[in-house]
Design a protein around this ligand. Structure first.
Ligand SMILES: Cc1cc2nc3c(=O)[nH]c(=O)nc-3n(C[C@H](O)[C@H](O)[C@H](O)COP(=O)(O)OP(=O)(O)OC[C@H]3O[C@@H](n4cnc5c(N)ncnc54)[C@H](O)[C@@H]3O)c2cc1C
Length: 488
């Protein structure tokens, strides 16, 4: 196979010498790949233009580093995905990350930096479980009981707390957990709840509360995670916001500042690393090209990284973490309706907590004028997986049937919709990371730790995992880590 070598200049900052070879042929060796601008170590290659990779590159560029971002897709943002085209009247929908909580400091910091406004979303105003309907206001006021054994009246999220009180009381310092708490990592949430005397219904309800947010099933989730994070877990009162006009403005804003430094449509296939740096091989059309760098930031999900060849292998702990870190199932269904019947007095509500396949279903288009509107479903775990086995038309048909159980008038106004099932997206193949059984003790530290000159970012490396905030935090953290390692 004839090889060609050429020089690429990205935004006038980084001169990189690449080699190319046909993908199907023998891959280029390190010897084929001259080092970037010999003598300079203020250069970094970042894999992935999701929020983590973008934040890392943005911060490093500000610090005077020459950066190159290698991204598999033709757009920035990864799991931040705002769709506009499928809908009428200028409506849009967040098909990936949606909520920005008041406490998400990195989201707010970058939004301020890019001049983006965060709007407040509406809270749950209704519950539809086991075929029963509750208006949230009277549910709370009259302490109505959910049709689940062992629950406390007037409360939706956090019902499991009553059964783990004994363990919560053992945590006096969240940074120094006692051995009795640490060993809970060997148990699943279901095992712990049953062991502590909770009725099976409490575990069943947990499926629709915390487990739905995690996109996991309760029997896969570490009991240590539940006990450790209980105080700051999501509830029906969590104040959630969104970026006004669409969350995609955040990654797009960062990407615009890095425009010349991002190589799109270049899936990375191989990483070779040594004491002086790393060489990344990535597809470019039918060719496989390599890029040598003194420092590499890997900001792609472990679910994808596990299929990338790494030579020599990372440490055994990192290799195991990459191979086994738990990811869930998640789907978003955006249904367009000709009229916003959910705002009318006879309707159950506009944001409904439900144990139907829709799980969370709510009026999305609150920042846009009617009469049309979008009802969004965020569904996960077994329901997302079951819907994922259907064709797109069946998914929407099922979504409408489920919506009709909550709002009988739904079919009269339904016009169509759009679906994104993240488990079939080749660049994530899942939702986001969660702490599986045996993964809540040390996986986070292992995931975030550098391996020589290879550094790691991504929501899965952050204490604020599974969020945009966590992805951004990890990018800022890794940028500081690189600078520290370079003695800056
Ligand atoms: C349905 C859904 C709902 C969510 N809801 C919320 C929410 O309400 N609020 C919230 O804060 N967060 C939410 N999240 C989580 C949030 O989207 C993620 O935590 C965050 O966006 C992850 O950013 P990241 O940069 O770590 O990863 P990603 O966004 O996945 O970015 C990784 C990038 O790497 C690229 N890549 C992958 N493989 C390769 C390869 N081989 N070569 C080169 N590039 C590659 C990908 O294309 C991608 O662009 C949600 C996520 C989903 C899926």
């Amino acid at each position: 196979m004839r090889r060609r070598t050429f020089l690429a200049q990205t935004a006038g900052t980084l001169a990189t010498t690449w080699t190319a070879a046909a993908v199907a042929s023998a891959e280029p060796t390190i010897a084929d790949t001259p080092t970037l601008s010999p003598g300079s170590s203020r250069q970094v290659v970042v894999l992935g233009a999701g929020l983590a990779g973008l934040a890392a590159a943005y911060e490093l560029k500000k610090a005077g580093y020459a950066v190159t971002v290698v991204e598999a897709r033709t757009r920035p943002g990864g799991r931040v995905l705002t769709w506009r085209d499928p809908f009428a009247d200028g409506l849009y929908a967040e098909m990936g990350a949606e909520y920005v909580d008041a406490t998400d400091e990195y989201d707010h910091r970058f939004c301020r930096e890019l001049g983006l406004k965060v709007m407040t979303a509406k809270l749950y105003d209704a519950i539809f479980v086991r075929g029963q309907r509750f208006k949230m206001a009277s549910f709370k006021r009259n302490k109505e009981k959910l049709p689940y054994a062992g629950t406390e009246g007037g409360r939706l999220f956090g019902q499991e707390a009553a059964y783990i009180k004994r363990l919560l009381a053992l945590i006096t310092d969240p940074e120094r957990l006692p051995p009795e708490i640490l060993k809970l990592d060997n148990l699943s949430v279901v095992e712990l709840l049953l062991q502590e005397g909770a009725p099976e219904d409490i575990a069943a309800l947990f499926t629709y509360t915390q487990a739905t947010e995690s996109t996991a099933r309760p029997h896969e989730m570490s009991a240590l995670h539940l006990v450790r994070s209980h105080r700051r877990s999501f509830s029906e009162d969590t104040d959630e916001g969104r970026i006004l006009g669409g969350n995609d403005q955040l990654p797009k804003g960062l990407a615009r500042a890095l425009s010349g430094e991002i190589l799109y449509d270049r899936p990375a296939r191989k990483i070779v690393h040594d004491r002086d740096g790393a060489t990344v091989s990535f597809e470019e059309g039918a060719a496989l090209r390599t890029l040598r760098t003194p420092r590499l930031v890997v900001a792609i999900p472990f679910k994808v990284l596990r299929d990338i060849e790494v030579t020599p292998s990372f440490s055994p702990a990192k290799t195991k973490c990459i191979a086994t870190l738990a990811y869930g199932h998640v789907m978003k269904l955006a249904m367009q309706y000709q009229r916003r019947f959910w705002d009318e007095p006879a309707s159950l509500g506009q944001r409904v907590f439900t144990d139907t396949m829709l799980r969370r279903v709510y009026h999305f288009s609150i920042d846009q004028p009617g009469p049309r509107g979008i009802l969004m479903s965020f569904t996960s775990g077994a329901d997302a997986e079951a819907l994922g086995r259907m064709s797109e038309a069946e998914r929407l048909r099922t979504a409408l049937q489920e919506a009709t159980r909550i709002w009988p008038e739904a079919p009269r106004h339904f016009e169509g919709g759009a679906v994104k099932y993240w488990n079939e997206d080749p660049w994530i193949r899942g939702s986001y990371s969660f702490e599986g059984v045996g993964q809540a003790r040390d996986y986070l530290q292992i995931a975030a730790a550098p391996e020589g000159r290879v550094h790691f970012a991504g929501e899965h490396t952050s204490v604020h995992r599974a969020s945009m905030n966590g992805a951004l935090e990890s990018g800022v953290r890794v940028a500081a880590e690189v600078q520290k390692a370079e003695g800056a």
